[in-house]
Design a binder for this molecule. Structure first.
Ligand code: HEM
Ligand code: HEM
Length: 142
């Protein structure tokens, strides 16, 4: 059971990377004036799946930890960074959905949305390192 969460979050990362590549085409076209085509619908789909997996994975990890160890935030930094990441991802997804539903010519909101995505990426790197430690010290040993 405790192995499902790490696998889920890693799969989420792969989809996130794809959404990022698609989003960077929009970034390059608008801000750097490169010739690039932004596949809007595909970006929304991939981004939605990535953020959906990460948010569900967060809840699943917390549930798995509490059902196994009887409490949440037992993993210290990993659990707390996970909460921060959950909130950042929630904000990025809400902003993305808002821009998708209310289409308009925008510069600042997409940039904020992209910065939140960059923060989520930094958090994921921390989660991968601390999560690996939790995996080898707690899950594989007991
Ligand atoms: C719920 C998921 C997501 C939705 C609904 C969404 C939606 C959008 C939309 C509608 C735009 C274009 C806005 C416009 O041109 O007015 C956009 C741009 C962008 N998105 Fe997302 N997105 C999502 C997830 C992601 C993810 C996972 C990343 C990865 C970091 C990401 C990175 C970007 C980037 C880099 C841009 C271009 C920003 C710019 O040009 O300043 N998005 N997104
Ligand atoms: C999006 C990234 C991630 C988020 C938001 C996240 C979040 C969480 C949360 C909230 C918990 C419960 C911790 C507690 O209550 O103390 C947890 C547990 C755990 N996480 Fe993560 N995590 C992420 C990525 C990873 C990765 C990449 C790994 C492995 C390399 C990992 C391994 C673990 C392990 C082994 C546990 C113990 C319980 C379980 O396996 O379900 N996590 N995580």
């Amino acid at each position: 059971m405790l192995y499902i969460h790490p696998v889920l979050q890693a799969v989420g990362f792969l989809v996130f990377a794809y959404a990022l590549v698609l989003g960077l085409a929009r970034f390059r076209a608008k801000h750097l004036h490169h010739k690039a085509r932004f596949l809007w619908k595909r970006h929304v789909w991939a981004g939605g799946i990535a953020y959906g997996i990460w948010m569900f994975g967060f809840l699943f990890g917390a549930w798995a930890a509490s059902s196994r160890w009887g409490s949440v935030f037992v993993t210290g930094l990993h659990g707390k960074t996970g909460l921060a990441q959950f909130l950042v991802v929630l904000a990025a997804a809400a902003l993305g959905l808002y821009m998708h539903v209310n289409k308009a010519a925008r510069t600042r909101l997409p940039l904020i949305h992209a910065l939140l995505g960059a923060a989520a990426l930094v958090f994921f790197a921390i989660q991968a390192v601390t999560g690996y430690e939790v995996l080898i010290t707690f899950v594989m040993r007991y």
